[in-house]
Design a protein. Sequence first.
Length: 139
Amino acid sequence: MITGGKASIEIKMEKLGLMIDATRINNVDILMIDNGEKRVAITPICDALGFASNKQIERIKNDPILGPTHRLSRSVGADGKEREMSIRFKYVFGWLFRIDSRNVKEDALEAVLRYQMECYDVLYNHFNRFRGSIQLLYL
């Protein structure tokens, strides 16, 4: 359940039969909608990190991996505004990893850099398990 005066959102989503989960990114509520496929609206994340959502939406649309995953559909943000652009939840982490940290607002910069460093560590640890035989496995 979303709290804090968001009862109208709860009722609307309940009528649609959608499952909703929420998290906070840089003090902004981000909703994940699950109607059989977990999806996240792009604009609230861009707002939370302080960069232009229109540029990110264009990048996503033109990306050979993310492009096919985006959907223009109505989803409601925690602020009650309707958002049109969403991507599958499983791709959010890679998209955020590729964000240019120079475009992030100052109060979010430390968190973005920490997140991106953790992504580098996870990738290294994953591929380092092959020790001595690291190759570009998927080429």
